[in-house]
Design a protein around this ligand. Structure first.
Ligand SMILES: [Zn+2]
Length: 226
């Protein structure tokens, strides 16, 4: 008989965690609830033994905005500073998203028109960052991950964004991989490399795939940024 075992990351609400009431920077109304991703040892795909904590973050109970633990100190700042932080997080998110999507599109050696359209649609969601997104697109389209440029951007994003946002980002980018309907083994490996570049364990791949499958693709653009 086969014994199938592995590891995967699961999201939990922290029971004793502090809740930051009515303080979501995105919707201004929701409560930020303390959450974490924990790695579990699985047997036949069922989580049986809890392992290490991958990341702690806050999630809004109203708009699902996810924030890294820094949000707590950011909330003490003036409204202006908070908006600046929020803006910066969006910028980092948008750049990493376009870089990853473009890299995924060229990885098989051909750049399909549907892939380009998908990237342009995503760029259009961030008109305030048009110039830098165009530069990122051109650089990655021409040079791929040369000098680790794509992985470095993901690594930068790690400092600003929660694990939840990073996984949302990769799931949103992976839409270009699904253009042909299924995920090839090489594409799976690539996504695991992206996770590692984000400072996350590759076990988070399954969480990523669940996000990708759980909702209609058009909804990804509405994902909160932080
Ligand atoms: Zn919210």
């Amino acid at each position: 008989m086969f014994i199938i075992f592995g590891t995967r990351g699961l999201k939990h609400t922290v029971k004793e965690g502090d809740t930051l009431y009515n303080s979501c920077p995105n919707c201004q109304q929701g409560n930020l609830v303390s959450k974490l991703y924990r790695r579990w040892f699985t047997l036949f795909f069922i989580p049986v033994i809890p392992l290490d904590v991958i990341d702690r973050f806050y999630e809004c109970d109203k708009c699902s905005g996810a924030y890294n633990e820094n949000v707590k100190s950011v909330l003490q700042h003036s409204k202006e500073d908070m908006e600046k932080e929020q803006q910066e997080a969006q910028r980092v998110y948008a750049i990493a998203l376009i870089a990853t999507m473009t890299h995924m599109s060229i990885i098989d050696g051909e750049f399909a028109p549907e892939e380009e359209r998908e990237i342009m649609d995503n760029m259009a969601k961030f008109p305030q960052f048009e110039t830098v997104l165009n530069e990122t697109f051109t650089k990655v389209k021409n040079y791929g991950n040369k000098d680790n440029q794509v992985f470095s951007l993901l690594n930068d994003a790690r400092n600003k964004l929660s694990s939840e946002s990073l996984i949302n980002l990769l799931a949103q980018a992976a839409v270009v991989l699904l253009a042909d309907g299924k995920i090839e083994k090489e594409e799976e490996n690539l996504m695991k490399e992206y996770l590692i570049a984000c400072g996350l364990p590759k076990d988070m791949y399954y969480t990523l795939i669940e996000k990708l499958r759980a909702r209609p693709l058009t909804e990804f653009g509405k994902e909160q940024m932080n």
